[in-house]
Ligand binder design. Structure first.
Ligand code: ATP
Length: 350
């Protein structure tokens, strides 16, 4: 019997609501698995923790995150809780940087034709994965010191060879397992940092002759994602572009409640829905837990034990079975199911 130690960080807003359902489904799938068990350790971090003790991620919580097998996170940050400089509390960004979780992996899949605002797509016809660089890019500027009187304020895009190579290799490996196409999204026609990014992409593409590589500018990517999302397989891009385009991509398949994600490094990984804390719907029991449940399935796959990989398949099939039935929809998808009822349905399907 192997026991996996999972740190659970429910966080702020709808985070605790959707994580409760992911844990419910994890416990349901655990009953179906042989040889593996999960030890869950729930810890407090985020804007709420910042208000309580002045530190959104106390060192002992961070140490537990470093020591565990995987981290399951809800959402962190609240619009009214800000640092003196005006930015939101976002310890999940610190986790990405300090644990070197360089690949923000965001699968986008349409589970029911009516979830999409695009009318011509059936379930399964939109199915791609976005790889967002997670540790540098424009976000690298977020902790640069600014004096309050500074004018103008400049942010810098950081693109390093090491950071880019490891991201591109991960994207090409994923494409080799999927339909064999990687699309680089950049702005190399304008920004020197992006021209460097593209040069490194071309070098890594040469290492994977069995995978087709294409390159498009970020403005065209926004257009094509709406016009022909079915043509994408793996998209790889810079941090800020990925932040923006992955919300657009989520919109194609039903919104943030349908978009899971994993922040993955070579040794550590955090799994969390792509959405934020959604304060506009927090505390009402109406958030869609599917993104959190699918993020948990990504975690099972990443743990790489044959039984956890089987568990990931069980969870995805259960989500597919429930979501392909038009009766079971949360509010964001045009239905009336609450967060808990949706979690119950998926757990029952397992
Ligand atoms: P962040 O910047 O922290 O990623 P955000 O400002 O992009 O967050 P979200 O919290 O992701 O905002 O919310 C964006 C919109 O999507 C809101 O209208 C919110 O209600 C909705 N939303 C987010 N998550 C869910 C969910 N799980 N179920 C239903 N609606 C959601």
């Amino acid at each position: 019997m192997q026991t996996f130690h999972i740190v659970v960080l429910p966080g702020d807003g709808i985070g605790p609501e959707v994580i409760a359902e992911a844990v419910k489904v994890l416990r349901a799938v655990e009953c179906r698995l042989r040889e593996v068990r999960f030890r869950l350790e729930e810890l407090s971090a985020g804007a709420g923790e910042y208000l309580r003790c002045g530190d959104p991620m106390p060192p002992e919580v961070f140490a537990r995150c470093r020591a565990c097998d995987a981290i399951l996170l809800g959402a962190m940050g609240l619009p009214d809780v800000r640092r003196p400089g005006g930015t939101e509390i976002a310890p999940q960004l610190d986790l990405r940087e300090q644990l070197e979780l360089y690949a923000g992996v965001r699968p986008i899949r349409l589970y029911h034709a009516e979830h999409s605002p695009l009318k011509r797509y059936a379930a399964g016809e939109i199915d791609f994965v976005m790889f967002r660089e997670n540790t540098e890019g424009m976000f690298a500027s977020r902790s640069a010191p600014h004096t309050p009187s500074e004018d103008p304020v400049c942010d810098t895009i950081r693109i390093s060879r090491r950071g880019s190579e490891r991201l591109f290799r991960a994207a090409f490996r994923e494409a080799a397992r999927r339909r064999g196409l990687v699309t680089l999204v950049d702005k190399s026609n304008v920004l020197p940092s992006m021209a460097f990014f593209r040069r490194i992409f071309d070098e890594i593409a040469a290492e994977f002759p069995q995978v087709r590589a294409e390159r498009i500018y970020v403005d065209a990517a926004a257009l094509y994602l709406v016009q022909r999302p079915h043509t994408f397989d793996v998209i790889v891009t810079e941090n800020l572009f990925g932040d923006i385009l992955s919300d657009l991509a989520a919109g194609l398949v039903g919104g943030m409640g349908m978009a899971p994600s994993g922040d993955i490094g070579d040794r550590h990984a955090v799994f969390q829905p792509s959405h934020g804390s959604a304060p506009d719907i927090a505390g009402q029991g109406i958030a869609n837990p599917v993104a959190a449940i699918l993020s948990m399935a990504m975690m099972l796959e990443w743990l790489r034990h044959p039984e956890t990989v089987r568990g990931a398949v069980l969870v995805r099939h259960a989500v597919e079975a429930v979501c392909s039935d038009g009766r079971w929809r949360t509010r964001d998808l045009g239905g009336a199911l609450g967060t808990r009822e949706m979690g119950d349905r998926i757990a029952a399907a397992i």
